[in-house]
Design a protein around this ligand. Structure first.
Ligand code: SAM
Length: 500
């Protein structure tokens, strides 16, 4: 069966297990640093798979093959089962969930002591793994010297073991993945020039007492980190893009001193004893200098990726915050004939919309500026003094290209007359500074009042010797001016994101 990942149905994709060292907090940084263009994807320390799931969700792995390895055999069995038998797994998870109790936890934990454990059906072993992961202390997966799970039960009242939709989405995501119980060095047998490998090994400890490396029976200390370095180097020498995240420690920095080391800041749960969260500096080592040799398509695609991550992060945070919002105002909604359910949705989308409009506007402005920059390397944002009044002291120019001062708008829904007065003053100051006011607006408003404002603005620009392009003419203008078909590039990205 081949299921093509569909970004729509995968929109809530994320790891379905808790994993020590999970990289969700680091995602925006990893997305910023990783290469934009690559053939196949490799994640040889898959753990909870935070980056793999994120890349699948945003469509960055469409049409590519993913190779996911881990040294933890039980974890790999989970991935293989989610891929091949999600329904059977869900049936078992339902049973485990129903039987949950302290006694059942310890019976389940002890299953690996039975001689027939490895011959149990894969879906039973996988359900056991997920069950223990969601009910044990801190989601830890720790085994003793005999390889037996030995984490005590966690203190959860009603732990949710699984989310059916998430398991089904993960199953779709895994269809194009080759999942193997293997040592990370196995990547050398598969990766080729043009591929991308992300290494996220157990971190090198920040201090001697740190238990960061205790994910499975073999700790990942100096010798293992050196072995990983030699694999990193060999891949890099073959022309493969490699990114490696680790702790900000002298040992690691010394090892990778020949490569580009980026510092990334994350909010991280530090350890169970201090119970503390804090900003921690970590590092990401990359063998490919980001930003070099990128085509304009690459640059815009990367910009889109960055914006989509920023947008999603902000929306998720806001939605989480909204859980604790006061809902007293629903009284008025109800008085006006709006039900509590509708009221909740309206509040939700109003909040989401605010972020979306803001990011859509600045994304399109930035993308247009990238086109100008490509053709006119000296172009960029600028300011002129306000020669018409005292406030504000200066006026912004979105992009100054030679003597043309561009105002770039994705759309302008303003209907207020003040807007015209301000814009009039601004363009007069621009003219005074010796520039020609130019206005580009990609989407023309629909409402009569807003259209009237645009018509007035057009007259103002005309009157002062400036130019104003909107709708199709705006796209066409950018194309003729820069030689770059921005609309086509954006259509390609949109299609990629929503490939059926
Ligand atoms: C830091 S975790 C990866 C976290 C993951 N990126 C995430 O988002 O959840 C490290 C993983 O490396 C695995 N591992 C440890 N030694 C390994 C080895 N020699 N080869 C492959 N995987 C190994 C561990 O089982 C663990 O799942």
């Amino acid at each position: 069966m081949t299921i093509t990942p569909n970004t729509l149905s995968l929109s809530n994709l994320k790891p379905f297990i808790k994993w020590a060292g999970g990289r969700r907090a680091l995602l925006p940084e990893l997305l910023r640093l990783m290469p934009k263009d690559f053939n196949n994807y490799f994640e040889p320390f898959i753990g909870g798979g935070a980056l793999f799931f994120e890349l699948t969700k945003i469509g960055a792995l469409n049409g590519k093959k993913a190779y996911l390895f881990d040294a933890n055999a039980e974890l790999i069995n989970v991935y293989q089962t989610v891929k091949k038998h999600p329904k059977k797994l869900l049936k078992n998870l339902k049973e485990f969930q129903a039987k949950h109790s302290e006694e059942f936890y310890y019976i389940t934990r002890a299953m690996d002591r039975e001689p027939n454990f490895k011959s149990l059906p894969t879906e039973v072993r996988a359900a056991r793994f997920i069950y223990l992961n969601k009910t044990c202390f801190n989601g830890l997966w720790r085994v003793n010297s005999k390889g037996y799970h030995n984490v005590p039960i966690g203190r959860y009242k009603n732990p949710t073991i699984y989310d059916e939709e998430l398991i089904m989405a993960a199953s779709i995501a895994l269809q194009n993945a080759e999942i193997r119980h293997a040592d990370f060095a196995k990547v050398l047998d598969y990766a080729d020039k043009g591929d991308f490998v992300y290494f996220d090994p157990p971190y090198y400890p920040l201090n001697a007492t740190s238990s960061f490396t205790a994910y499975h029976e073999n700790a990942f200390l100096d010798e293992e980190q050196k072995r990983l370095y030699s694999v990193f180097k060999e891949l890099a020498d073959r022309g493969i893009s490699v990114m490696h995240s680790n702790s900000d420690t002298e040992f690691i920095k010394e090892l990778y001193k020949g490569y580009d080391i980026e510092f990334v800041e994350v909010n991280r749960f530090i350890n169970s004893k201090s119970g503390g969260r804090g900003k921690i500096k970590e590092i990401a080592i990359i063998n490919c200098k980001k930003g070099t040799q990128m085509t304009i398509n690459d640059k815009i695609q990367r910009l889109a990726l960055e914006y989509s991550v920023k947008l999603k992060t902000n929306i998720d945070e806001r939605v989480a915050d909204m859980q604790s919002d006061d809902k007293a105002h629903y009284l008025i909604y109800k008085v006006l004939g709006i039900s509590a359910e509708d009221g909740e949705l309206i509040d939700l989308y109003q909040n989401k919309g605010r972020f979306l409009y803001k990011y859509a506007g600045s994304f399109l402005e930035e993308a247009t500026k990238l086109c100008f920059l490509e053709k006119f390397p000296k172009s960029g944002s600028s300011k002129v003094p306000n020669t018409e009044g005292v406030r504000p002291k200066t006026f912004e120019i979105d992009c100054l290209v030679n003597n043309e001062a561009f105002e770039i708008k994705w759309r302008d829904a303003t209907t207020d007359g003040d807007h015209i007065t301000k814009e009039h003053t601004r363009i007069k100051a621009i003219k005074q500074a010796g520039y020609k006011p130019m206005r580009i607006m990609f989407y023309y408003p629909n409402r009569a009042q807003a259209i009237k404002i645009q018509k007035t603005l057009e007259t103002l620009y005309d009157g002062i010797g400036g130019e104003y392009y909107f709708g199709d003419a705006a796209w066409e203008y950018v194309k003729n001016k820069t030689g770059i078909n921005l609309k086509l590039i954006l259509e390609e990205i949109a299609n990629k994101n929503f490939k059926a």
